[in-house]
Design a protein around this ligand. Structure first.
Ligand code: BG6
Length: 456
C-alpha cells in the first residue's frame, strides 16, 4: 500500500535541500508521486508553510535546475510545514494527524538524533503499516548499529524500515545482476578459477566541500566502504538469489557478507591503507591541507582516503582479493568495478610480450560496461592486440534517491539495507578501524590532485 503522507524530519537541513526535494520533483515529473500523497516537513526553523515553500523553491533552483519549473512549482505547492522538535512525540503526533493511511517518516537528521526521533515516533502512535527511513551512517560501530536495530525493531516491523544506501538505486550497480546472471558469457566465469582479482574503486575529485560537521567524525572507511562499496561487493560476490524480492535478494547479500573473512589482527593493518590529503590543486581549484579545512579538528587525523583488501572465504571466491578503494581530492573521478580475469594458458602466439589481462569494467558514473579483450592484430594475424567492447548505458530514468524514495513510499524494502546486513558490514569494517586505532597502518599523506597514496 502506498503511504498517504511523507513526513520529513529535518526539513530545513542539507540532505532535504540537496537530495530529497529534488527526488520528489523527479517523481512529480515522471508522474510517479500520486496526487494524494501529502508532504509535511518538520524542523525547528521559525517558518510557516509559505516560508518553507520559499526555502524549498530556492534549494530546487540550486540543486534541480535541470528539472522543469512546472514540476518544481507543483512540488513546492504541495509542501506543508510544521515547526517543532523532531524528537518530541507531540510534534510528531501533529505531523501525522489526519493522515488517511500509513505514513512514512524520513529521518533526514544528524545520526545523533536518530534514537530520540525513533522513540518520539513510537510514542506518537503512527497509523498501522507506517514506515521509517533511516539515512546513513547506520551506527558508528557494531554495538551502536545493534542498538539502533534493537530500538527500530521494538517499534517497527523490519519490512517497514528503510535503511538507505543510495548506491543500491544506481543503475550500474543494479546492472551487475543482469550482467552476471543473465549471460552465459559471464556467468560460468564468475569464480576464482577464472577471476584473478576484483577492484571496486570510488575515486573522487571533490574534497571536503564544507562537510566537516559530518565527514570529520566519519572518515572515508565509514563514509564509503562500510556501506556503499561493501554493498557493491555483495552484488558482485553473492550467489544467485531465488528472485529479486526483499527476501531472496537480501538473504543472498547477507550470505556474501558473512563469507567475508573478518580481517583480524595483523591482517587488518596490512590489508588496509589510510591517508589524508595535503594541499594541492584539483582541476585548477586550490585545495588546502585537509587539516586546515574549515571545521576540521586536526587531532582527529580523519582519513580522506581508504583502501581495504577483503577475501570472500567460500568455494566460489577463495583466494581472490577484493580491493575496495575510495578517496577525496584525487586527480580523476573514477568510479568503477574492475574484474580482472586470469591469463589464458599456453598461448599459441609468438608474442614479444604478454598481452594484458582480460578485464570487465563496469563504470558506475558515467554508466558504461567495458570489456577489454585480446584479438588477432589487424596487421600480423598471428600477433595479439588489445581491443575494447564498450557499451554506453542509457541515462538513468531517475536518480538513485528518487528510486529509493518511491520504493519506501510504496513499501518495497528490496533495495534498502536489512538490519542484519548493516551489522555484518560493521563486523567486517570494525577490525580495520581497531587496527588503525592501534597504529597498525600509519596514516599516509597524498597531495590533493594526485592519484592517492598508492598510484593507480
Ligand atoms: C555519499 C558520501 O554517501 O556518497 C559522499 O557521503 C560521497 O562522501 C557520495 O561523495 C558519492 O555518491 P554520489 O552518488 O553522490 O556521487
Amino acid at each position: 500500500m502506498t503511504a498517504s503522507r511523507l513526513i520529513i524530519l529535518g526539513a530545513s537541513g542539507d540532505l532535504t535541500g540537496r537530495y530529497l526535494l529534488r527526488a520528489l520533483v523527479e517523481l512529480v515529473e515522471r508522474d510517479r508521486l500520486a496526487a494524494d500523497v501529502e508532504i509535511v516537513g518538520v524542523a525547528r526553523e521559525p517558518w510557516e508553510t509559505p516560508g518553507f515553500r520559499d526555502h524549498a523553491a530556492r534549494r530546487l533552483e540550486q540543486h534541480a535546475p535541470d528539472l522543469s519549473r512546472a514540476s518544481r512549482d507543483a512540488l513546492v505547492g504541495r509542501l506543508r510545514y510544521l515547526r517543532g522538535d523532531v524528537t518530541q512525540a507531540e510534534t510528531l503526533q501533529s505531523a501525522a494527524e489526519g493522515a488517511a493511511g500509513p505514513v512514512v517518516a524520513y529521518l533526514a537528521l544528524p545520526p545523533s538524533l536518530f534514537g530520540s526521533a525513533i522513540t518520539g515516533l513510537a510514542s506518537a502512535g503512527l497509523p498501522d503499516g507506517s514506515g521509517v527511513v533511516v539515512e546513513k551512517p547506520f551506527g558508528t560501530d557494531l554495538a551502536s548499529a545493534r542498538e539502533l536495530n534493537r530500538l527500530l525493531h521494538q517499534h517497527f516491523a523490519e519490512s517497514a524500515v528503510f535503511r538507505i544506501d543510495h548506491f543500491l538505486g544506481k543503475q550500474t550497480v543494479q546492472n551487475i545482476l543482469g550482467l552476471r546472471f543473465a549471460n552465459r558469457l559471464f556467468e560460468p566465469l564468475w569464480c576464482a578459477d577464472h577471476i584473478e582479482r576484483v577492484d571496486i574503486i570510488w575515486d573522487e575529485t571533490v574534497a571536503l566541500e564544507g562537510r566537516a560537521g559530518y565527514y570529520d567524525g566519519t572518515g572515508a572507511l565509514r563514509d564509503m566502504i562500510q556501506n556503499h562499496l561493501l554493498q557493491v561487493l555483495c552484488l558482485v560476490a553473492m550467489e544467485r538469489p531465488d528472485g529479486l524480492g526483499e527476501g531472496p535478494l537480501r538473504d543472498a547479500k547477507v550470505a556474501a557478507l558473512k563469507s567475508v573473512r573478518r580481517p583480524d589482527g595483523k591482517d587488518a593493518g596490512a590489508l588496509s591503507v589510510r591517508a589524508i590529503y595535503s594541499a594541492g590543486s584539483v582541476d585548477g581549484r586550490q585545495i588546502p591541507d585537509y587539516s586546515e579545512e574549515p571545521g576540521v579538528d586536526p587531532t582527529r587525523s580523519t582519513e580522506t582516503f581508504a583502501e581495504a583488501t577483503l577475501y570472500v572465504d567460500n568455494d566460489r571466491w577463495r583466494g581472490v582479493p577484493f580491493r575496495l578503494r575510495t578517496g577525496k581530492a584525487l586527480a580523476k573521478d573514477r568510479r568503477e568495478i574492475r574484474v580482472t580475469l586470469r591469463p589464458t594458458e599456453r598461448l599459441p602466439f609468438d608474442q614479444p610480450h604478454e598481452p594484458g589481462p582480460n578485464v570487465v569494467a563496469l563504470s558506475m558514473d558515467p554508466d558504461t560496461v567495458l570489456a577489454e579483450i585480446a584479438l588477432n592484430g589487424a596487421g600480423d594475424p598471428f600477433s595479439l592486440e588489445p581491443a575494447c567492447w564498450e557499451l554506453q548505458l542509457a541515462d538513468q530514468e531517475m536518480t538513485a534517491y528518487a528510486r529509493l524514495l518511491i520504493d519506501a513510499l510504496e513499501g518495497d524494502p528490496s533495495l534498502s539495507i536489512r538490519g542484519d546486513e548493516a551489522e555484518e558490514s560493521w563486523r567486517i569494517v570494525e577490525p580495520i578501524l581497531a587496527s588503525w586505532d592501534r597504529g597498525a597502518s600509519p596514516l599516509r599523506s597524498y597531495q590533493a590532485g594526485s592519484g592517492g597514496p598508492s598510484e593507480e
